[in-house]
Design a protein around this ligand. Structure first.
Ligand code: ADP
Ligand code: MG
Length: 1042
C-alpha cells in the first residue's frame, strides 16, 4: 500500500493541509491511535514509540520492504533502511542514519531495527555471518556497560553511539567501527532514587556464580554497596542474571579472551567496592585538616584486586602532590576532598573501562585491509534535553543537537537544491531559520562559550563559575540568542524565572536556561595525578592500561584537553563524517512520560515536535515543490485521468504526463517539468489529482465489474444452454427407450395370449366334457368319507366326555358342530333311559339345587358329588322318634338335627327337623317332643347366607304369625339339601315358588319386633359349620361363621 493510499491521516506530512502545529500533532495522534507509528516527512521517518510490540517487524516484513521502493509501502524504518542500503550498494553512496529524540523515545530500538534489517538483507555467507554476529552482539555488551534504568526508560543509553558498518562492493558487511560519546559517568557514583546504576553492576551480582563472586570479593546482596544506593533494585521484565549470561556469551562471540573478561569484571568490582571506602576527618599534627580511611579492610580488598600496595592506594586517596617545574609539595586532603578524589577515581576507572571495551570491540570488528569500502553510519545520540536544572552535560548535548540540526538543514537544502539543478528547474532562494549563529555562539574558537570556559579553567588566579558567567555576560551582552540577568537588566527587562547564576540560550528548538554551577569543574574533569600514577603502578594488566598518563616516563605538565574541547572536537569529527555521507533521518518521539501504550499526550508531543523542528522540516521540504515524482511512475498512477493516456500511452512518459496535465488544465504555476521528474508545487493539487483518481478508479471499477458480470453471465448462460441440450437429448432418448420396452412387453403378452387361445381352441376337441365334474365329485366324496370314518373311530364313550375330534377340512366345521349336538342328545337320552325312577328323582333334586344355589352359595360345589340322603338321624332305628313320623301326614322327605338360634340370647339349641310333603316339624331331640309344626303354606320366604355355613332364616306369612313366636333362625349341616327339598315340597303343595334369597343381611320378624341379622365371615377354622352369635343391642344380631 502506498503512502498516498488508504492511510490513516497523511502518511507523508509534506502533504499536510493546512500546515500548522495542531494539524501535525493531530495527524501523528490519529496515526498513533491506529498503531501507525511511522510517518514520513519526505524521506525523514518520524517514529512514535508505541510502548508495545507491534506485528510489523520480523523477517516477512523485511522481505516485503526489500521488494519495494520507498513510497510504495506504508511508512516504516525498514523502508528507510532499505533505501539507504540500496543506495549504498547500487549507487556507491556512503550513508548515515541519524536517529535523534528524547530519552525513551525509541532511538536505540530504531538503530537495532536498522541493523537487523541490514543484517537480514545482505548476502548470507559463512564468514559474513560471523561479522554480522559480531556487529549485532556488540549491542548487548555496550548496553550492559552503558545503559541504565532511568525514570523515563528502563533501558536508557547513557552514552552517545555512532557506528560505522563497512561493506564490500557486493554489499556484504565486512566489519565496523564504533565511536562512543560522553558516557554519563556521574551515574557511577550517584543516581537519584528510582533509577539505577549501569546494568553491569546488577548483572554481575545477580549472574556471577559463587566462585566468581569470591574471586571478585563481592557479596551477592546489592544492598551492601553504597554506589548502588544500598538498594537491590530490580527492574520489571528485566532478568539481570539471564542478561549477564547474554553479555558473557556476546563477549565471547565478539572475541574477548577469558582473561580479558575476567579482568573486566575485576575492574567493575573495584569500582563497586570503591564506593564502600569510607573516609573520616583526621587532623594532622600541624593542625591542618586531613583525612584517613575508616575501614582498612575494604581498601585492602580493593588493593588486592588492583594488585597494589594498600598504602599506595591510601596515600593516593588522601593526599595530593603539587608539582611545578622546580618543586614538589605534598598536601593532605580533607574529608570532602578525599571523597571527591575517591568518586573521581571510580568515575574515571569506569569511563575508561567503557572506552577500552569500545576500542576492544573495534579491534575485533574493524576491517584490516585498506581497499575502498562502502560505509553506513548509524548515529544513536541523545536528543535535545530541557531539564529543570540544566548543567554542563545538557549544554553539550544540546550543542550536539544544534549541530545535527545544522547538518539536517544544510543537507536537506543542499539535496533539494541539487535535485532542482539536476532536474533543470530554477532554484528560488528559500527562507528558513539558519541556526549557525547559535552554533557559533557555542563553538567559536575564540569567542564561543566553550572557548570562554576553557579560558576560565586555565586562567591563573581567582576563577570560579561566577567569574565565568560574568565573562559570558560581558562578551554576549548584545547577542540575540543569549540572555542572563545582567543582559536583561541592561535592556531594562525583568524576568524572575531566570536565575542569578544562570544564562539562557535560545536554541533552534526552544529556550534553555543553564545553571553555571559546576561548569568549570566538569569541564576540567581532573583526576589528581597521584591517583593515575598510583593506578599505573598496579600489577593488574587492564587497570594499568587504563591509566597510561600515570607512567612517569610520559609525564607532561601540559594539561589534558578539557571535557568541552574534547567533546567539541569529537563532534567536529562526527560532523565531518556525516557531511561526507548521504543522510537519512529517523526522528523519534515519545508519546507520554509513563512508558504506556496508547497514551498520547499532545502537549508532550508538541514540545518534541518543536525540539525536532518538524514544522521547519516540512517547510524546508515544501519550500519549492511539495511533491515530485519520476514521469513514468506519475503517468502510471494518473494516466486514467486523461483521454489520450487511457488505456494506453505509446509515447514517451514525459510527453504523456505533459499531455495528461494539459488535459486536466491545472494552473501553470503549480507544475514544473524537470528532466526526469514532474514537480507539483502545492499538496492541494496533488490531492485534487488523488481525488479525481479515486473517482475515476471507482468508475473504472464499475466498468470492469460491468464487463466482468456481463461476461460471466454470458459464459454461464452458454454453459447452461449446452448442458440443457445435452440433458434433453439424453432425456428424450431415455423416454423413447422406455416406451419401446413397454410396447415390446405388451406385444409379447398379447402374442402369448393369442397363441394360448389358438392352442386351446385347437386342443379343446381332445378334452372329454364333464370330466372335471366327475373328478370333483369323486374328491368331495372321498373327503366326506374320510371325515366320517375318522369321526366314527374317535367318538367319545361317555356322555360326560366332551372331547370331539376337529374336522379334517374347514368345510366340515358346521356339519361337525351339528353332528356333535346330535350325538350328545342321543347319548343323553340313552343315559336317561337306563336310570331307575329313584335315581331320576334324586337327579331332579340335584338339578333343582343347582338352579337355586349354583354360583350363589359357597358350600354348593361341595354338595354336588354328595348324594342327598334325606335321613340323617336313622329315623327307623330309633323308636323314640317313630311317633314323629306319625305326626306328619305322608312320607318324611328329610330329617336331621339342626341348631336353633335363640332370639333373645343368640345361644343355640339343637332341634330335630322333619320335612314332610306338607309340614316342617321341629322337635326336642331328647324327649322327641314336638315343639312346632308349620304348614308349608305358611312359609313365605327363606334367607340363607352365601358363605360356607348352614345358617338360614325361615320367614312366615304375616297372618300366620298370630299366635306363633315368629320366624326361625336355624343352622343346618345340609342346608343345600334341606332348602332344595323345602322348595320342591312347597312347589308341590302350594304350586308356589318359594323365594330363597341368598344374602348376608336379612330381617327376622319376632313377636317382640324385628331383628336385623348380619353374617360376618370369621377366619377359617377346622369346623366349617361352627356358628357363633352375638347380640348387638335389642334389634341386631351378628353371626360369625365361615
Ligand atoms: N518500535 C518499538 N516497538 C516496541 N517498543 C519500543 C519500540 N521502540 C521503543 N520501544 C520501547 O521503548 C523503550 C525505550 O526505547 P529506547 O530505544 O531505549 O529509547 P532511547 O534509546 O530513545 O532512550 C524500549 O525499551 C521499548 O520498551
Ligand atoms: Mg537509547
Amino acid at each position: 500500500m502506498s503512502v498516498l493510499e488508504g492511510s490513516v491521516g497523511v502518511g507523508d506530512m509534506i502533504l499536510l493541509e493546512p500546515l500548522n502545529e495542531e494539524s501535525l500533532i493531530n495527524n501523528l495522534e490519529k496515526r498513533f491511535q491506529h498503531k501507525e507509528i511511522y510517518t514520513y516527512i519526505g524521506n525523514v521517518v518520524i517514529s512514535v514509540n508505541p510502548y508495545q510490540q507491534l506485528p510489523i517487524f520480523g523477517p516477512e516484513f523485511i522481505d516485503k520492504y526489500k521488494e519495494y521502493n520507498f513510497y510504495e509501502l506504508k511508512p516504516h524504518i525498514y523502508a528507510l533502511a532499505n533505501e539507504a542500503y540500496q543506495s549504498l550498494r547500487d549507487h556507491d553512496r556512503d550513508q548515515c542514519i541519524i536517529i535523534t529524540g528524547e530519552s525513551g523515545s525509541g532511538k536505540t530500538e530504531a538503530s537495532k531495527l536498522v541493523m537487523s534489517y541490514v543484517a537480514a538483507v545482505c548476502e548470507k555467507e559463512e564468514q559474513v555471518n560471523s561479522v554480522k554476529d559480531q556487529l549485532l552482539q556488540s549491542n548487548p555488551v555496550l548496553e550492559a556497560f552503558g545503559n541504565a534504568k532511568t525514570t523515563r526508560n528502563n533501558n536508557s543509553s547513557r552514552f552517545g553511539k555512532y557506528m560505522d558498518i563497512e561493506f564490500d562492493f557486493k554489499g556484504s558487511p565486512l566489519g565496523g567501527v564504533i565511536t562512543n560519546y560522553l558516557l554519563e559517568k556521574s551515574r557511577v557514583v550517584q543516581h537519584i532514587k528510582g533509577e539505577r546504576n549501569f546494568h553491569i553492576f546488577y548483572q554481575l551480582l545477580a549472574g556471577a556464580d559463587a566462585q566468581l563472586l569470591k574471586a571478585l570479593r563481592l557479596e551477592q546482596d546489592g544492598s551492601c554497596y553504597s554506589y548502588l544506593n544500598r538498594e537491590a533494585s530490580r527492574v520489571d521484565g528485566m532478568d539481570d542474571a539471564a542478561n549477564f549470561r547474554v553479555v558473557q556469551n556476546a563477549m565471547n562471540i565478539i572475541g574477548f579472551s577469558t582473561e580479558e573478561v575476567q579482568q573486566i569484571f575485576e575492574v567493575v568490582a573495584m569500582v563497586l567496592k570503591l564506593g564502600n571506602v569510607e573516609l573520616r576527618d583526621d587532623f594532622q599534627a600541624s593542625g591542618v585538616a586531613g583525612s584517613s580511611i575508616r575501614d582498612e579492610k575494604v581498601v585492602k580488598e580493593i588493593s588486592d584486586l588492583m594488585k597494589l600496595q594498600p598504602e599506595v592506594l591510601e596515600r593516593a586517596l588522601c593526599s595530593r602532590t603539587m608539582e611545578t617545574k622546580k618543586e614538589k609539595v605534598v598536601t593532605t586532603l580533607n574529608k570532602i576532598q578525599a571523597c571527591y578524589a575517591r568518586d573521581a577515581l571510580a568515575k574515571n576507572i569506569y569511563s575508561r573501562l567503557f572506552s577500552w571495551i569500545v576500542n576492544r570491540i573495534n579491534e575485533n570488528i574493524q576491517v584490516s585491509d585498506s581497499t575502498k569500502k562502502k560505509v553506513m553510519g548509524v548515529l544513536d545520540i541523545y536528543g535535545f534535553e530541557i531539564l529543570e536544572n540544566n548543567s554542563f552535560e545538557q549544554f553539550v548535548i544540546n550543542y550536539c543537537n544544534e549541530k545535527l540540526q545544522q547538518v539536517f538543514i544544510e543537507m536537506t537544502l543542499k539535496e533539494e537544491q541539487e535535485e532542482y539543478m539536476k532536474e533543470g528547474i530554477p532554484w528560488d532562494k528559500i527562507e528558513y531559520f539558519d541556526n549557525s549563529i547559535i552554533c557559533k555562539l557555542i563553538e567559536h574558537n575564540q569567542q564561543g562559550i566553550l572557548a570562554m570556559l576553557d579560558e576560565e579553567c586555565l586562567r591563573p588566579g581567582m576563577v570560579n563559575d561566577s567569574t565565568f558567567l560574568a565573562k559570558l555576560n560581558q562578551m554576549f551582552s548584545k547577542h540575540q540568542y543569549y540572555e542572563s540577568r545582567v543582559t536583561q537588566n541592561a535592556q531594562r527587562q525583568h524576568d524572575p524565572s531566570l536565575g542569578l547564576s544562570c544564562f539562557r540560550i535560545q536554541h533552534y528548538a526552544g529556550k534553555v536556561m543553564y545553571n553555571v554551577d559546576g561548569f568549570l569543574d566538569k569541564n576540567n574533569d581532573l583526576l589528581f595525578r597521584d591517583l593515575s600514577q598510583a593506578l599505573w603502578k598496579s600489577k593488574h594488566h587492564l587497570l594499568q592500561m587504563l591509566f597510561p598518563e600515570g607512567n612517569p616516563k610520559q609525564v607532561s605538565l601540559k594539561r589534558p584537553p578539557t571535557a568541552g574541547t574534547q567533546f567539541k572536537n569529537s563532534i567536529a569529527t562526527l560532523m565531518k563524517n556525516l557531511y561526507s555521507k548521504n543522510p537519512n533521518y529517523i526522528r523519534c518521539i515519545k508519546p507520554n512520560e509513563h512508558q504506556q501504550r496508547s497514551l498520547f499526550s499532545t502537549e508532550l508531543v508538541g514540545t518534541q515536535a518543536r525540539y525536532l523542528g518538524l514544522i521547519e522540516n516540512i517547510r524546508v521540504r515544501r519550500a519549492g515543490y511539495a511533491y515530485r515524482q519520476v514521469y513514468s511512475a506519475f503517468l502510471e498512477r494518473y494516466r486514467m485521468l486523461g483521454r489520450s493516456t487511457w488505456p494506453h500511452w505509446r509515447g514517451q512518459a514525459r510527453e504523456g504526463v505533459e499531455k495528461l496535465l494539459e488535459e486536466l488544465n491545472l494552473g501553470s504555476g503549480e507544475l514544473a517539468f524537470g528532466r526526469t521528474k514532474i514537480f507539483i508545487r502545492s499538496p492541494k493539487t496533488l490531492f485534487y489529482l488523488e481525488e479525481k483518481r479515486r473517482i475515476r478508479i471507482h468508475q473504472l471499477a464499475v466498468l470492469i465489474q460491468k464487463m466482468y458480470r456481463g461476461w460471466r453471465c454470458r459464459t454461464n448462460y452458454q454453459l447452461m444452454r449446452k448442458s440443457q441440450i445435452l440433458i434433453s437429448a439424453w432425456f428424450r432418448g431415455n423416454m423413447q427407450k422406455k416406451r419401446y420396452r413397454k410396447i415390446k412387453t405388451s406385444t409379447l403378452l398379447i402374442q402369448a395370449f393369442v397363441r394360448g387361445w389358438k392352442a386351446r381352441k385347437e386342443y379343446r376337441k381332445y378334452f372329454r366334457s364333464g370330466a372335471a365334474l366327475h373328478l370333483s365329485n369323486f374328491i368331495y366324496r372321498r373327503m366326506v368319507q374320510k371325515f366320517l370314518l375318522g369321526l366314527r373311530n374317535n367318538l367319545p364313550t361317555k356322555v360326560t366326555d366332551h372331547r370331539w375330534p376337529p374336522p379334517p377340512y374347514k368345510v366340515f366345521t358346521l356339519v361337525n358342530q351339528e353332528l356333535k349336538t346330535i350325538f350328545y342328545h342321543w347319548k343323553s337320552k340313552q343315559f336317561l333311559d337306563q336310570l331307575s325312577p329313584q335315581k331320576k328323582e334324586a337327579l331332579k333334586e340335584k338339578l333343582c339345587a343347582s338352579e337355586l344355589f349354583k354360583g350363589k352359595k359357597a358350600s354348593y360345589p361341595q354338595s354336588v358329588p354328595v348324594p342327598f340322603r334325606g335321613d340323617y338321624v336313622m329315623l327307623r332305628e330309633k323308636p323314640k322318634l317313630q311317633h314323629l313320623q306319625t305326626a306328619s301326614d305322608g312320607p318324611v322327605l328329610m330329617v336331621e338335627t339342626v341348631n336353633k338360634i335363640n332370639r333373645a340370647s343368640g345361644k343355640m339349641a339343637p332341634r330335630i327337623l322333619l320335612l314332610t310333603k306338607s309340614h316342617v316339624i321341629l322337635a326336642d331331640p331328647k324327649g322327641s317332643k314336638i315343639k312346632t309344626v308349620i304348614g308349608l303354606e305358611r312359609v313365605a320366604e327363606v334367607s340363607v347366607s352365601s358363605l360356607q355355613n348352614g345358617l338360614f332364616g325361615l320367614h312366615f306369612t304375616e297372618i300366620s304369625s298370630v299366635g306363633s313366636k315368629g320366624d326361625f333362625l336355624l343352622v343346618s349341616e345340609h342346608v343345600i339339601e334341606l332348602l332344595t327339598k323345602l322348595y320342591r315340597a312347597t312347589l308341590d303343595k302350594t304350586k308356589r315358588q318359594l323365594p330363597i334369597s341368598v344374602t348376608e343381611e336379612f330381617t327376622v320378624k319376632f313377636k317382640e319386633g324385628n331383628m336385623q341379622v348380619k353374617v360376618i365371615q370369621s377366619p377359617k377354622s377346622q369346623d366349617k359349620n361352627k356358628v357363633s352369635c352375638k347380640k348387638k343391642g335389642r334389634n341386631h344380631l351378628e353371626v360369625y361363621a365361615q
